[in-house]
Design a protein around this ligand. Sequence first.
Ligand code: MSP
Length: 522
Amino acid sequence: MKETFYITTPIYYPSGRFHIGTSYTTILVDSIKRYKKLRGYDTYMLTGTDEHGQKIENVAKANNESPKEYVDKMANEAKKLWKKLDIEYDDYIQTTEERHEKIVQKIFEKFLNQGDIYKGEYEGWYCEPCEAYFTQTQLVDNKCPDCGREVKKMKEEAYFFNMKKYADRLLKYYNEHPDFIKPKYRKDEMINNFIKPGLEDLCVTRTSFDWGIKVLSDPKHIIYVWLDALTNYITALGYMSDDETLFKKYWPADVHVVAKDIARFHLIYWPIFLMALDLPLPKTIYVHNFIVMKDGKMSKSKGNVIYPEPFIERYGLDAFKYSLLRELPYSQDGIFTPESFVERYNFDLCNDLSNLLNRTISMVNKYFDGVIEKYIDSDNEFTKELESFTLNQIDLFENKIDNFEIANALKEIWAIISKTNKYIDETEPWVLAKTDKKEELKSTMYHLVENLRKIAILIYPFMKDTSLKIFEQLGIKDEKLKTWDSIYKYNIIENIKVIEKGNPIFMRLNFDEEIAYIKSKM
Ligand code: MSP
């Protein structure tokens, strides 16, 4: 039986159009899932929308719609965008679906019955847009520590989850499971900022608005948004329902991918809820940073928000995905600028990748009528070095992607592309063609085609169409030559014929024109 791999995105607030930052997580998750699938895993990807809460109720009202009409419409919009981005999710959960609401109610009653949830009174500083309470010490300049907006003092009867009870267990878990939080520095952040100062109990109900899941045993209370939202990762699999097949198969999740602003909820509250349910914890929670603009965070008021659609329409999906994934470093925010996009397009995609394919195809046509017969071992030092360099890069790529270092993983692939371009200059096929070193020339052509085949396999999870175009232009039809297992071998291509005239897969962009185009879309 295949090993399973369950991966999730956060569920999105359907309060507006998704920009490139919000799309980032989903593109990332989709790429990791495709990679794991290529490696033979039985994969399952979950995404969805987080549809309750005051904010949604307000937006729906302003639109003259019922909250449910509004969230259904927005979920459809989200699905349309994921289709444009070719996101291959396996399930889409809306938290307003019965399959979710019923189970959240059951979970609440269970917590109540086992004494993890108690009734009390809450007074605190409330940030409406973030739907979160903060203590005085958590505020920054008397404003919301997450979004910087005004907070107001509020008091109400509420239920609380007894987080303190689990604090030691959580710490112990962190320490015994070094892979639980990635990158590692996020663990220290949680310990120093939230756990060591003393974990506060979490307010899990509200009475001041309606749009949410009612507490079964006390229906004037609405289950407060994080207990509702986080449980989507298990309700979507049918946990506590009549059919737990998916849950038994895929839980615990292999990885939840989230951005830094929601790290606290995933790294502290979610594991504690799971402990209280007596369920195993996800193997990893990977926290990425933010895609930002030159002038900081994207915001409508700054007028610096970029949406994915204009990029996909003009430059194609693969170029957009590549640049986005490549731009965000593992442990820092990544700055996305029109200039860096066009530069990446011209250098990485056009000069490096597209030209390598073109040069190779034209040489194989010129010297051998487009035919690659069979592997020829070579004493040539450059060829030997190319082989060992490439295999080592594949190893590095695997390490990086298994650690969710996507930008670095892409860098390792591009190192192979650069090395292969350099190999052409080192071996000088045009000189070999003028001598009697025909076998050596054959070996060089073989290695170029072979490396392009490997590159096509490596980029497949991130840039499917480009990968398929490379296979097509190389004349590689046999599915066995496209599998991950075949990537470690150097001698398996036999008798292929490349196309007679290669088509550039990426064409050089005019820098100024494209900057102007992108800016006009901001
Ligand atoms: N509904 C919650 C998540 C609940 S998960 C149980 C939420 N939704 S959100 O729509 O506001 O954000 C969805 C994701 O997009 C979050 O991980 C958020 O941090 C991420 N991003 C929003 N802007 C971003 C960037 N500029 N860059 C990268 N990720 C960004 O939070």
